[in-house]
Design a protein around this ligand. Structure first.
Ligand code: C5P
Length: 208
C-alpha cells in the first residue's frame, strides 16, 4: 500500500503522514527533508542555490537514512529548499530516490508537494491536505514559540504565502492536487479529528 500526501507548508500533512504510517505499519518518508538536506549542504558549504550541477552532485551523496529532521527544520533551510526545488535536474535525482523508497515492501507513506502527481501517480490512496494560510501561520508561529524561539505571526504568514506561491507556480512539478486525490481541509480541525478523517479516507480507498 502506498499513501501519497501532498499539501502546502504547515498544513499538518507531516504529522498526518507520520501517524498514518504508524497506524498502517508502513514506512514513512518526508520528501521535504530531501530538498532541505540538499539546501542545507549547499548553505553549509557557501555554494550557490541556483547551480543545478552542484545541487545534483549533493543529491547523489544523499543518504535518506541519515537525514536528521531536527537539523533541517529551520525556517532558513525551508526557504532555501523551496529555491533549490525549482531545479528540474535536481528534482529528477531526488524523485528517483523517493520512488525507490516507495517501491520497497511493505509499502510507504510519502508526503510532499508532488507525490500524487509525479512520485507515486499510482498510489493506493492520495490525500491533499490543506488549511487556510491564516490557520497554517498560527500553527507555525505557535510551534516556533513552543520551542522557545522567536516568531512573529505577520512575518510567518507572509513567508508561508511566498513559499506557497513559489511552490505552486514553478514550471517543474508544481504543488497541485492530483485529479484523484481526496481533499482534506484541516482549517477547523484539531490533529485528532484530522487523523480520524484521514484514516477513514484510507480505509474506504483500501476497501474499494
Ligand atoms: O515540506 P517542507 O516544508 O519540508 O518542504 C520544503 C520545500 O521543499 C518546499 O517548500 C518545496 O519547495 C520543496 N518540496 C518539493 N517537493 C516535495 C517536497 C518538498 O518541491 N515533494
Amino acid at each position: 500500500m502506498i499513501i501519497a500526501i501532498d499539501g502546502p507548508a504547515a498544513s499538518g500533512k507531516g504529522t498526518l503522514a507520520r501517524r498514518l504510517a504508524e497506524h498502517f505499519k508502513l514506512r514513512h518518508l518526508d520528501t521535504g527533508l530531501t530538498y532541505r538536506a540538499v539546501a542545507a549542504a549547499l548553505l553549509a558549504k557557501g555554494l550557490p542555490l541556483g547551480d543545478e550541477q552542484i545541487a545534483i552532485e549533493m543529491a547523489r551523496h544523499l543518504d535518506l537514512a541519515k537525514m536528521d529532521k531536527s537539523l533541517l527544520s529551520s525556517h532558513e533551510v525551508g526557504e532555501a529548499a523551496s529555491r533549490v526545488a525549482v531545479l528540474g535536474g535536481l528534482r529528477g535525482e531526488l524523485v528517483r530516490l523517493q520512488k525507490e523508497f516507495a517501491a520497497t515492501p511493505p509499502g510507504a507513506v510519502l508526503d510532499g508537494r508532488d507525490i500524487g502527481t509525479v512520485v507515486c501517480p499510482d498510489a493506493t490512496v492520495k490525500l491533499f491536505v490543506t488549511a487556510s494560510p491564516e490557520a497554517r501561520a498560527k500553527r507555525r508561529t505557535d510551534e516556533i514559540l513552543s520551542k522557545g524561539q522567536e516568531a512573529e505571526y505577520a512575518s510567518v504568514l507572509s513567508d508561508l504565502k511566498r513559499r506557497d506561491e513559489r511552490d505552486s507556480q514553478r514550471t517543474v512539478a508544481p504543488m497541485k492536487q492530483a485529479a484523484d486525490a481526496h481533499l482534506l481541509d484541516t482549517t477547523e480541525m484539531d490533529i485528532e479529528t484530522a487523523f480520524q478523517a484521514a484514516v477513514d479516507i484510507v480505509e474506504k480507498a483500501r476497501a474499494a
